[in-house]
Design a protein around this ligand. Sequence first.
Ligand code: SME
Length: 161
Amino acid sequence: MSDDLTIIKGTKTEQYSALIPQIEALILGEPDLIANLANIVAALKEQFGWLWVGFYLVKQDELVLAPFQGPVACTRIRKGRGVCGTAWQEMKTLIVPDVNAFPGHISCSSLSRSEIVMPLIRNGKVIGVLDADSTSLSEFDTVDQEYLGQILSLIRLSKNN
Ligand code: SME
């Protein structure tokens, strides 16, 4: 494929529908997990322009910062802490319409107003989380959850060497 991503305008569904095949083509045949996570967050950032989008990966008893796009972020998050650590502990997606209303939210940027965190689950265990932050309130909803879930399922074959 061409190195350039085709960015489209339109509804969220239209944007994800155009983006997902391109992400699929980018990671098809590439087994390295970090390389694939890096291209996924680059593609999401370019299409949606969110403040921050990135992964944290589980290492021992903490989440450790992994490929991301956006401002510098906190490097380690303990299980059960913040939105990311809670999504890990509860093994579920958290959509936070107003980060200031989430008890224990970890603020990496004062510009972040809303957030979605989805666990990356492999063989029944959380191996990391995908986190996206927006400068707008209520940016994320179940449409994002559905399509980001499809993107996460594309990396099920990637290996973390
Ligand atoms: N807000 C997250 C921390 C990670 S940053 O937003 C990049 C949380 O509460 O877990």
